[in-house]
Design a protein around this ligand. Sequence first.
Ligand SMILES: Cc1cc2nc3c(=O)[nH]c(=O)nc-3n(C[C@H](O)[C@H](O)[C@H](O)COP(=O)(O)O)c2cc1C
Length: 395
Amino acid sequence: MVQDKTIVLGVTGSIAACKAVEIASKLTQEGARVDVVMTKAAQEFVTPLTFRSVTLRPVVTEMFDLASEFSIEHVALAEQADLVVIAPATANIIAKLAGGIADDMLTCTVLATEAAVIVAPAMNVNMYQNQVAQENIAKLKARGFTFVGPAYGRLASGAWGLGRLAEIEEILGTIRQVLGRDGDLAGRRIVISAGGTQEPIDPVRHIGNRSSGKMGYALAEAARDRGAEVVLVSAPSTLAPPVGVKVVQVQTTLQMRDAVIDAAAEADALLMAAAPADYGPATTVESKIKKEVETLTIELVRTPDILGEVKGDFIRVGFAAESENLIENAKEKLKRKNLDLIVANDITASDSGFGADTNRVILIDRSGNVESPPLLPKLEVAHKVLDKVVELLQR
Ligand SMILES: Cc1cc2nc3c(=O)[nH]c(=O)nc-3n(C[C@H](O)[C@H](O)[C@H](O)COP(=O)(O)O)c2cc1C
């Protein structure tokens, strides 16, 4: 989403200006051309040289600088931008933008651009909650600006409250989401399940599996970045909920089945990346089982077969985690569960499958076409799967 895009990063006079360095650095590493525009106040907190060093591009600090290519054509940046991001955004810049003031390079650029604008406010809690600041934010939202944050937490003054710059990952997620709005999944609703469900034995113990949810979460992020409306039905996971994705938290396979059936009602595609526990205790004991006996037998019963029960006119993608006869077992599951595509992976490899950041998968469709991409980070695997989903949706 970010590669080869021109992103204007406006940095204003907040103590959080130093955090903008990481944003500039990450976007540059992902292949964006990042043009940083700093207000005078921002330069009191971070030097232009810092941004120049991470973006490898000139930093705009002055409107009337004869040496700058952008000063001669003061709206050049506005025209070249695919996206403008202001992070951190002071109360002052928000007020100026709401009022249409154009007295420096950043305000001129925002006023003149047709690109989307993302604003990440950072300020003292009283400044943020001040009625005039809220009115200015409402005005900009009504004009189509996207706001991210602020977050609740400890502020520079030592006080706690709403006003901290949103987490960098949240700002980057919003950037990818906004840039991907017109992607090849725009207007599509994609439902994804993730993680390993847990079947309670008693209030403190459960039967579960080693699924981390990483593959499902990567699919959710990738689908969001391609413009889809994403619902992620997630079993308990330590992963942060992806920005811009509706997350439905569940614990058991039964809860996952109900949530998936609910979400899939208007879906264009259902991707079942979760690892539901196939068996659960026949009964759940209400209070903690004491360590009193030498052996303990728990009767297990089958949990619902989610893919078997969810009906509807959408693309159905299943995942097969296998430890033997990978292709034969996956093909059999594809047929049995009436899938359009199955993503098979060998869980015996240490660099692939449960918990790993990378995955080596085999994609098999209904017509028997088999694709074997190399070992890739899970986000890239997610895009390979979604390439196939887009192809199937177009058919
Ligand atoms: C140490 C310090 C920290 C500041 N932090 C913030 C802040 O987080 N948010 C804010 O709105 N203003 C903050 N200010 C005030 C702004 O720097 C001031 O309003 C300035 O005029 C903003 O200019 P700009 O919007 O053109 O960057 C801070 C000032 C100082 C001295």
